[in-house]
Design a protein around this ligand. Structure first.
Ligand code: NCD
Ligand code: ZN
Length: 349
């Protein structure tokens, strides 16, 4: 028997589309989202308004006819970012946020920030102009255990930066710990903070990566944590509460680059994200909060209206089909496997 759920068109508040052949291959898989915050960690990174404009044009060209997706651009914060360029790019509606990567924290983050004093003038200008800062919340200190890097980041970096820059609105991205959830909750008054949660972190814990054999396709950053943390993420995502919204962090890499002695981080979830989300929300009896998580809380934080149009999710008894891999030129990219059959499919309303 079919079951239907109609919601406002969802948005993706954290998405990697890459460039060139990969851009052309993956962008159609996000075309049914209303808007997406586009990550700037290209090589070289998107650091100026001019580069963001050019990248947006390449994304638009990669979208299929009639696609809903509107790319919302971000600038990659470096120690030489010009505050005036950021403010101007935001004022003209070109960028929606600025992205902070601690130097070396993740894929293509070599140009990130080491000395936070150097970016203070930009952060102050952003606070003044209401430009949100999206943060990759992990410390890079090799002395800190990788499973503790998010919690330590809150204490050593996030909280001090926020205290030093009153009025700065911050999104803690791809939260993976109960500590992150608690911090966002405590600081969410007046939309001072938001937090994105990925699809895959609602599904996997660290056993998926390491138990019974190493599974590179489940390796992403921040790395999945223990089960108690996954349960905290599910509770937050399904609470319907304002500060928490969907950012898939769909991060495609060629299989060739993931299946290496030193493979890179990222899960490619764009093709089946809404199917997985509907399924996990249903599993926990929380389908009624999916719209808040995927379609309402994000725009409220970014001070944008929710999408006017709707999509329908249809549940069928037979498992849906989706590709195990997609191709990008000569490369294959593996689609995230949630480890269970999927029954929900998103359709135009
Ligand atoms: C992202 C990527 O591949 O660009 N990887 C990931 O594991 N999430 C970078 C990031 O968002 O950390
Ligand atoms: Zn990311």
């Amino acid at each position: 028997m079919n079951k239907f759920l109609t919601i406002r068109r969802p948005d993706d508040w954290h998405l990697h589309l890459r460039d060139d052949e990969m851009l052309n291959a993956v962008t159609p898989h996000s075309a049914d989202f209303g808007r997406a915050i586009i990550m700037p960690n290209l090589v070289p990174p998107v650091v100026t308004g001019g580069q963001a404009r050019d990248y947006r044009a390449r994304i638009r060209a990669a979208l299929p006819e009639g696609a809903a997706l509107k790319p919302l651009m971000t600038l990659y914060l470096t120690e030489t970012t010009d505050p005036a360029d950021v403010v101007a790019a935001h004022a003209e509606g070109l960028i929606a946020a600025v992205k902070l990567y601690p130097a070396g924290a993740t894929t293509n983050s070599a140009s990130g920030v080491t000395d936070f004093d150097k970016v203070r003038p930009v952060l102050e200008a952003m606070a003044e102009a209401g430009v949100p800062l999206c943060v990759h919340g992990e410390v890079t200190d090799p002395a800190v255990d990788i499973f503790d890097r998010e919690a330590v980041f809150i204490e050593r970096v996030l909280d001090p930066v926020r205290r030093a820059t009153p009025g700065l609105r911050v999104v803690m991205e791809h939260i993976t710990t109960a500590d992150g959830i608690a911090y966002v909750r405590e600081n969410a008054a007046d939309a001072a903070m938001g937090g994105t949660i990925t699809t895959h972190h609602l599904v996997i814990n660290r056993n998926a990566i390491l138990a019974g054999g190493i599974r590179p396709h489940y390796y992403c950053l921040p790395v999945a944590k223990r089960e108690t943390h996954r349960l905290a993420l599910r509770e937050a995502a399904m609470s319907g509460q304002g500060p928490f919204f969907l950012g898939t962090d769909s991060a495609p890499h060629p299989d060739r680059a993931k299946l290496q002695p030193c493979g890179c981080a990222g899960c490619f979830t764009a093709p089946n994200t809404m199917s997985i989300l509907a399924q996990v929300f249903e599993e926990d009896g929380k389908l009624e909060t999916l719209e808040a998580f995927a379609s309402l809380n994000g725009p409220a934080f970014y001070r944008l209206p929710p999408n006017e149009d709707r999509v329908t999710l249809r549940r069928q008894d037979e498992p849906i089909r989706y590709p195990e891999t997609i191709t990008a030129g000569e490369e294959t990219v593996t689609v995230f496997d949630p480890g269970f059959d999927l029954h929900w499919q998103m359709e135009p309303a």
